[in-house]
Design a protein around this ligand. Structure first.
Ligand code: ADP
Length: 494
């Protein structure tokens, strides 16, 4: 009887449609069935005594050894590599795809591993791997539904993101994830209709987990069709973007807060500079009165010097206060006007003609467009940038200035290039902040407000301003203007 049973086992082993390989603790093949030989292209008994790695492509052999070691230490019945499709190696070095089930068998004190190997077609391989991938993806909840939106299939992400287990979710309608408000508005139906109409529907919004908590979701729903193009249901992919949304909301909140603070600061600057003008003019007239009524030349030399310092300080303060007032007023009554930029540049050069002549400057202006801008404010920008280019020149060198305009698609980009003293790299951003100057007052006069003006005007036009420079060689200031200035841009700075 034992003999008969043994024969029966041998017959079953030989008849198995799968290749069956038995290895010992060290991974040495001790038994294979005929199917193994035919599947891997070996002659009978040829595999016995060899390491099982002979059946695996070389690039996987090393990791297989580690895998085998770990498995031998804790052997349990299961699919190899969690059910993913694996590559196997034939004797002629060609490769094919397999699915492998592992089962440990203990005989006495020895453990053997039985591997049953099923060959898969390429199509099946891809299907299996895609199916496994979908199941394993945790960052996305992936669901399949029938044509009514009732859930038929799910992946692990559903548990992680929405908190439902398989038996709780299968058969439920997609609307289960919607808020009461959205359910009332039949949002889920609208999304499914859209997916049928356009093949796909996307949405970002609040969804509800099993425990009632909400998360901010990105949802993409696709209508699915079978091979005959019959509509058979939907797939829905959901991603939890709550963290992203919270960070975005916080940023927006901070940006809004900053806008309000900026407005308050501008208002403060306006009031302060406006109110400072009066006491300042009182001081000026008092100094003038003393100078007129007293014979200053009779005062001692020190007092005369003090008076000169006082006059200079008051005059500088007047410039600063006026600059600040202009800065806070800039753009208050701005109007978008179709403007020929050639005209603006002619006017600016006319205004600066004294300065231009005094430094023998050559100003070349390239082709300029006619565009819609806040004309008064843009003129201030050119005025500031060109007068800086005339001011920050190298001693004894004639100023060479080039003004150009370039169409960059969404923006008009203007540049003002000079051959002046240049700016060190570490200062390139600093200079656009109000009152920031890099040179002493006695060398180059100024208030440090001009570039802050330009910055404000560029922002008003939905653009930016920046400078490229080589210290000692010259600088090029760039600013951009949005071609289609939107209402929101227009209202900025009001
Ligand atoms: P101001 O000209 O009144 O000093 P601005 O705001 O116009 O103030 O400029 C700020 C600083 O940037 C200047 O003091 C100067 O140090 C630097 N700067 C501006 N334009 C140039 C330029 N064309 N070349 C070199 N340095 C410049």
């Amino acid at each position: 009887m034992t003999n008969d049973l043994h024969k029966l086992y041998e017959a079953v082993f030989a008849a198995s449609p799968d290749a069956v390989v038995v290895v010992d603790y060290l991974g040495i093949i001790i038994m294979v069935n005929d199917k193994t030989d035919s599947m891997f292209g070996y002659d009978k008994q040829e595999l016995i005594g060899r390491s099982v790695e002979v059946l695996i492509p070389e690039r996987f052999a090393r990791s297989h050894q580690d895998y085998r070691q770990t498995y031998s230490d804790h052997p349990v019945e299961r699919q190899m590599h969690n059910g993913y499709v694996l590559s196997a190696l034939k004797k002629d070095s060609s490769e094919f795809h397999v699915e492998i089930g592992l089962k440990p068998i203990k005989i006495g004190r020895k453990t053997f591993i039985v591997a049953s190997i099923k060959e898969l077609s390429t199509k099946k391989t891809i299907e299996n791997n895609v199916q496994k991938m979908i199941e394993d993806v945790q960052d996305f909840a992936i669901l399949f539904t029938d044509i009514d939106g009732d859930i038929t299939n799910w992946n692990k992400g559903v548990k992680r993101i929405k908190g439902y287990s398989e038996d709780e979710i299968i058969g439920q309608n997609l609307q289960i994830f919607h808020t009461t408000e959205d359910r009332k508005n039949k949002k889920h139906e609208k999304l499914l209709d859209e997916a049928i109409r356009n093949g796909k529907a996307e949405d970002e919004g609040w969804r509800v987990r099993k425990d009632g908590s909400k998360f901010w979701a990105y949802v993409s729903i696709t209508a699915i069709h079978d091979d005959l193009q019959h509509f058979i249901g939907f797939s829905q992919i959901t991603r939890d973007l709550t963290q992203h949304k919270t960070a975005e909301d916080l940023l927006k909140h901070q940006a809004d807060g900053l806008k309000v603070k900026n407005k308050e600061l501008e208002h403060f600057a306006y009031i302060a500079s406006h109110d400072l003008q009066e006491p300042l003019s009182t001081v000026t007239s008092m100094i003038d009165l003393i100078v007129e009524e007293e014979d200053i030349s009779k005062l001692n030399e020190d007092t005369q010097t003090y008076f000169t310092f006082m006059e200079e300080a008051v005059s500088r303060m007047r410039d600063l206060v006026k600059g600040l007032l202009d800065y806070s007023r800039l753009g208050k009554n701005k109007k978008l006007v179709k403007t020929d930029m050639n005209k603006i540049l002619d006017d600016v050069q006319m205004d600066l003609s004294n300065q231009i002549q005094s430094v023998d400057a050559i100003i070349e202006v390239g082709e300029m467009p006619t565009i819609k801008v806040f004309d008064v404010e843009i003129r201030v920008v050119f005025q500031n940038l060109i007068s800086n280019a005339l001011k920050f020149i190298k001693p004894g060198k004639a100023a060479n200035i080039t003004v150009q305009a370039e169409d960059t698609g969404k923006y008009w980009q203007f540049s003002i290039q000079d051959n002046g003293i240049g700016i060190k790299e570490k200062h390139l951003n600093r200079i656009f902040v109000i009152f920031q100057r890099l040179n002493t007052e006695d060398k180059y006069k100024g208030t440090g407000i001009g570039l802050a003006h330009c910055n404000k005007v560029a922002e008003m036009h939905g653009g930016t301003i920046w400078v490229e420079s080589e210290f000692g060689e010259g600088s090029t200031f760039f600013f951009t203007i949005l071609k289609k200035i939107k209402e929101e841009e227009v209202s900025k700075g009001n």
